[in-house]
Design a protein around this ligand. Structure first.
Ligand SMILES: Nc1ncnc2c1ncn2[C@@H]1O[C@H](COP(=O)(O)OP(=O)(O)OP(=O)(O)O)[C@@H](O)[C@H]1O
Length: 448
């Protein structure tokens, strides 16, 4: 496989072995436990300087593949070659000079202090009686700095939180200075800030020539950060290639048995997967009826995607120009009412919103802040003739700007149906059906 910077890539689905400059080659790998085959004929070739995301459902074999790549598990047949060396023929020290691993389980068997744990990353480079070199000191210092863990260096490893421990084990792996870095769920216990920092760091290391393979459950993070994805399903490679060629609705349906809509993220531009509730896959693209969505600040973007993909005629607004939800609506070519940022909803925009609300078979109010900018939208929703759905958030947690905002929102909520986020598409479908009784067709034409 090759990263974007490596020129032409084959975007076809299915295992590929033709790459420009492979660091890792996996040939017909079979791995089993007892009588059960877990990896069944896996082929892969991974270019230097590529960040590959290993994705797939629980039990697909991602961890097993990583543990076979680093030599911990021995395959029943097939081979793993890293930098021209068959990994299973090497001593564990020689293998550790080629591959470093950040494991999923961050438990460390003994109570070491953090500095000692990070320094262990240098063991593969040191001779039995060799002292501590300048290169060792520098590698450890860099690893601390990159992972923002120096402040833990004197603490016992077991006193750290799961996320802090994960960063320390990343530091140990970086101190190892191997050309290949394996990460098993590197963001699983990290807060959102450290998730992004960790993946940005991996990207930076990859830009400097390292090759990284990470098992990542979050398909959207994987799509955003990885050059290529390898989708494992039932121990086989179901698809491999750039994220947009791997994360297709059909491939996700087959591998995860999931009802998913694939679109583009309005801010990052990467492929974006939204899981739909069970049982609605057959309705993708098949729904009809008009839905007006009140959102703002990114609260509504995913509903705009999901409802549009389901086939509804969706309008949105009024939203500030440049707002994340406005961008999402625009990228989907939805019927959008916008106002200039901070200008407020003027009379023309209010009328445009009221026209759309009146024409809608259902109005959906996303988890918005209740403030001056949104009041005309919320008033229009409160006066709608059709079913109004409000995404639930406890009153106490809402941010009201003034008593009028609270009054309008309470009025709205008193007449609206409260829905939880996972049931929005189903609730909209039911609401639209109610507004078109006896099989009549819900409205389809756009208000002008
Ligand atoms: N030591 C073992 N003994 C027996 N079976 C095992 C062992 N390790 C893994 N398995 C089985 O192999 C299959 C693949 O497991 P693996 O951990 O590689 O999947 P995974 O894709 O990483 O899953 P997850 O997403 O849940 O972490 C599973 O069915 C698992 O139960």
């Amino acid at each position: 496989m090759s990263g974007p910077e490596h020129g032409a890539v084959d975007v076809g689905v299915g295992p590929r072995t033709e790459v420009d400059d492979p660091l890792v080659e996996v040939a017909d790998l079979r791995v089993g436990f007892g009588g059960t085959t877990v990896l069944d004929g896996v082929d892969a070739a991974i270019d230097r300087g590529t960040f590959v995301g290993l994705v797939g459902p629980n039990g697909a074999g991602k961890t097993t593949l990583l543990r076979t790549l680093n030599g911990t598990l021995t395959p029943s047949s097939g081979a793993v070659t890293i930098d021209g060396e068959r990994i299973h023929d090497l001593s564990s020290k020689a293998a550790s000079r080629l591959v470093a691993t950040v494991p999923q389980d961050t438990t460390v068997a003994f109570e070491f202090d953090v500095r000692t744990v990070v320094e262990m990353g240098r063991n593969p480079h040191r001779s039995r009686f060799g002292g501590w070199s300048e290169a060792d000191t520098e590698a450890v210092a860099r690893a601390f700095e990159w992972t923002d863990t120096r402040q833990f260096s004197d603490r016992g490893i077991s006193t750290l939180s799961g996320g802090e421990r994960q960063r320390v084990l990343l530091a140990r792996a970086l101190a190892q200075e191997s050309p290949l870095l394996l990460l098993d769920e590197p963001t699983a216990s990290l807060d959102i800030n450290h998730q992004v920092r960790t993946l940005e760091l991996v990207r930076e290391l990859v830009a400097r020539g390292k090759t990284a393979i990470a098992a990542i459950h979050d398909l959207n993070l994987a799509a955003q950060y990885c050059d290529e994805l390898l989708l494992l399903s039932g121990g086989e490679v179901a698809a491999v290639g750039p994220p947009e060629s791997v994360l297709t609705e059909d491939a996700l349906g087959a591998a995860f048995d999931a009802n998913a809509v694939v679109s583009r993220h309005p801010v990052t531009g990467s492929v974006y997967v939204t899981a739909l509730p069970e049982g609605r896959r057959s309705d993708v693209g098949a729904e009809s009826g008009r839905v007006h969505v009140v959102g703002g600040g990114g609260t509504a973007a995913r509903y705009l995607y999901v409802l549009d993909a389901a086939g509804f005629e969706v309008s949105a607004g009024a939203l500030n120009e440049g707002d994340t939800d406005a961008e999402a609506a625009r990228s989907l070519a939805l019927d959008l009412v916008t106002v200039d940022p901070f200008a407020g909803v003027d009379a023309a925009a209010r009328e445009a919103v009221e026209t759309r609300v009146a024409a809608a078979d259902c109005v959906l109010v996303a988890d918005v802040e209740v403030g001056t900018g949104n009041l005309p939208n919320l008033r229009a929703a409160a006066n709608a003739d059709s079913v109004v759905l409000v995404e639930e958030r406890p009153f106490a947690e809402r941010n009201y700007v003034g008593p009028e905002a609270r009054r309008v929102y309470e009025e709205l909520r008193a007449r609206a149906r409260v829905v939880d986020p996972s049931s929005v598409p189903a609730a909209v479908a039911a609401a639209v059906e109610e507004s078109a009784p006896d099989g009549s067709t819900p409205s389809q034409s756009r208000p002008t």
